[in-house]
Design a protein around this ligand. Sequence first.
Ligand SMILES: NC(=O)c1ccc[n+]([C@@H]2O[C@H](COP(=O)([O-])OP(=O)(O)OC[C@H]3O[C@@H](n4cnc5c(N)ncnc54)[C@H](O)[C@@H]3O)[C@@H](O)[C@H]2O)c1
Length: 460
Amino acid sequence: MLAGLGASFAGAAYASAETKAGGEQLAPASGPSRLRPVGQKPVHDLVTEPRARVRAGFIGLSRGLSLLTDCLNIDFTDIVAVCDLRTDRAEAAAVLCEKKRGKRPAIYSGTEAIWEQMVDRGDLDVVYVATPWQWHVPMSLRTMERGKHAFLEVAAAITVDDCWKLVDASERTQRHCVMLENCCYSENALFVLNMVRQGVFGELTHAECAYIHDLRSMLFSLGTEGDWRRDYHWQLNGNLYPTHGLGPVAQYMGVGRGDQFKFLVSMSSPEIGLTKYRDVHQPNGGKHRDEKYLCGDMNTSIIKTELGRTIMLQHDVVSPRPYSRINALSGTGGTFFDYPARLAVNDPKLHGLEATGSHEWLNAKDLALMRSKFTHPLWSKLSEQARGGGHGGMDFVMNWRHLDCLRQGLTPDSVVYDAAAWSCLIELSAHSVAAGSMPVAIPDFTRGLWKTLSPLAIVG
Ligand SMILES: NC(=O)c1ccc[n+]([C@@H]2O[C@H](COP(=O)([O-])OP(=O)(O)OC[C@H]3O[C@@H](n4cnc5c(N)ncnc54)[C@H](O)[C@@H]3O)[C@@H](O)[C@H]2O)c1
């Protein structure tokens, strides 16, 4: 069992937030929530001091190096400091910065705790945390406590308790805690989001999403993320990576802003794929032969929202199948499925399309016409610059947008409540699987705010 997980599994009774704290009437919780400690303020609309340039530091320079490379192409960002346990990685990042910008960042490396010194510097606005999952929460907490914004990789946290710690720290320090969910900034995710906001889907009813990625070889690759990610396969049976699929559909549905996750049910298939791969390939000279994997090959969860909508969420990283996040959405006005992109609309004539009905996916010409009308303005603005950036350009768009919000002092598109709501599905899916797929309530990290907030605006 993961450190800390046993305790929060045992204490799964979540307090209701209908009572008073410090004499202040809290908004009634719709789902299980926790009292807002005295002295904390919500951060859904947190604006910060605008600044001409944004000064960034990076911890973890594998995935972090790709994020840093994007940032080097964002002209209002300065890379002030870099940190990695491995000196060669920190040095390589510093060399890259020097080559591109003519200025060498400070280097922190060599010990597990040296990141603390970097975070304590007085000249950083934001710290990127791109380390193994066990480090996300301690690194982000200290970052915020030291007055900086935290941009942390997915998933933000593994346990519900840790999700609350991030929420409380962001509210206490009034610093942003933004999870770097790059999939919210893919061309198709932004295309769908724009169509949703412009009414193409009518009333939303259902979404399907996933992280389906054959990682079997990577999970046994020493010195890569697979080497520590594999550990979770013998510690948890649930959805180990929910946020890539869930982030975009949560934004389509305005989860946390007008709607909210209410409860989920989850079930897992048998665990076969990883064991079989290990036994057939005997990676690394057979040194993993005694590992006993627990996580079912395919985990399927169904989430019910407060407005009654449903979301199917899957996780499978051990089956021989092409990559997919499904990225599907249905409403009274239309349906979209990704991988590849397909769209059907209720009233094609309304959109000037050739299609005569909704029984077939739009043909290539109609889909192109819809793209010409509904490509998200952020994607239109940044796609040229994003070309060549990580994951088809979506990483660049995400980095640019989050950093631009810091520059202008605006609230980012996703805040700590989103990071917590999307990440807590790891522990909660495992709860439901362990309880024979019983429904499990999903905490309301907004403490009732979702009822009065509006979905994200379309920004360009
Ligand atoms: N959003 C995406 O598309 C995407 C893609 C890949 C990885 N990720 C996420 O990024 C994070 C990192 O993944 P990765 O693939 O880079 O893993 P990795 O294991 O390849 O790299 C992690 C790096 O962190 C360093 N590190 C570990 N402990 C440290 C410490 N205490 N102090 C300083 N450095 C430390 C390691 O030396 C290593 O260089 C994970 O959360 C992962 O889920 C996200």
